[in-house]
Ligand binder design. Structure first.
Ligand SMILES: NC(=O)c1ccc[n+]([C@@H]2O[C@H](COP(=O)([O-])OP(=O)(O)OC[C@H]3O[C@@H](n4cnc5c(N)ncnc54)[C@H](OP(=O)(O)O)[C@@H]3O)[C@@H](O)[C@H]2O)c1
Length: 259
């Protein structure tokens, strides 16, 4: 299947690193113009320079912090004045830790970053999508939606809420030909995964490579994912061809989930 995103405009949140960076690159290399949003300007600028422009696309960046969604509306209203076809909701994962050790403000930060920000950004782009009767909203969540991950108490909690938010949105937007789907990545080789392994290693007497090996062996495919393997699934859901898929949780986890 050949995907053609020519003339489409995509927003990739957290598009400057890891899974988001891979999404930015694959959407651009299939013809889309991409706006990437994150906090660090230098990282954003570096990725923008690496995006494919062979289809005469215009790529741009927005600096924003999803931990403070109240400021987002103003920033995005100024910057997202044009119609958006594809929105990838994605950001950094919450701090790890056992649920009962987690403090209230860790929950508030995680909900702001991963749920309230999704809501604010989605509200900015939906009127344009409704007008053009086309839209693709894809949320990067986690396999913890299906099977919680020990030691990620706050994350497990907020991921379930994001999945329910997305399902509700899919029902509300279907009659405007806007699809809403979730990608549930498994263990993917990014800075986030490295950080989680380093934290786990300091708490236990394992090495980072032992932990990575244990994670890899918990999957059917016996390996970690490359970010591009997650982005390939995002590309399909963003395509016009994925026209009858909505409200879906798609695990891209090498068979981690045992049900
Ligand atoms: N990697 C995995 O194995 C895995 C598995 C399941 C789920 N996930 C989830 O998938 C998502 C992406 O993971 P990843 O591994 O690609 O993470 P990553 O490599 O850490 O990249 C995170 C991206 O989000 C941006 N970001 C982080 N915090 C932000 C904030 N407060 N406001 C705006 N932008 C922010 C980062 O840029 P700046 O720092 O410059 O803002 C970066 O572009 C996370 O929610 C993660 O928990 C990852």
């Amino acid at each position: 299947m050949k995907v053609d995103l020519s003339d489409l405009k995509a927003v990739v949140c957290g598009g400057s690193d890891g899974i988001g960076e891979a999404c930015s690159k694959i959407l651009a290399s299939n013809g889309a113009s991409v706006i990437i949003i994150a906090r660090n300007k230098d990282k954003l600028k570096k990725v923008i320079k690496e995006l494919d422009t062979s289809n005469n696309q215009n790529h741009s960046l927005i600096i924003a912090d999803f931990d403070h969604p109240d400021n987002l509306t103003k920033i995005l209203d100024n910057e997202l004045g044009h119609a958006i076809d594809i929105l990838i909701n994605n950001s950094g994962g919450p701090k790890g830790g056992v649920l009962l050790d987690s403090k209230s403000d860790e929950f508030i930060t995680a909900f702001n970053r991963l749920l309230v920000s999704n809501q604010v950004i989605t509200k900015c782009v939906v009127p344009g999508m409704q007008k053009q009767k086309f839209g693709r909203i894809i949320n990067i969540i986690s396999t913890s939606v299906n099977q919680v991950i020990p030691g990620l108490g706050v994350s497990n909690t907020v991921r379930g809420a994001v999945s329910q938010w997305a399902k509700t949105l899919a029902l509300e937007l279907g009659d405007s030909n806007i699809t809403v789907n979730n990608i549930l990545p498994g263990y993917t080789k990014t800075n986030r995964l490295k950080e989680l392994a380093e934290n786990k290693a300091t708490q236990n007497s394992y090495s980072v490579s032992d932990i990575m090996e244990e994670w890899a062996s918990s999957t059917a495919l016996k390996r970690l994912a490359e970010p591009i393997e997650i982005a390939n699934a995002v590309l399909f859901l963003a395509s016009k061809e994925a026209s009858y898929i909505t409200g879906h949780n798609l695990s891209v986890d090498g068979g981690r989930y045992k049900s």
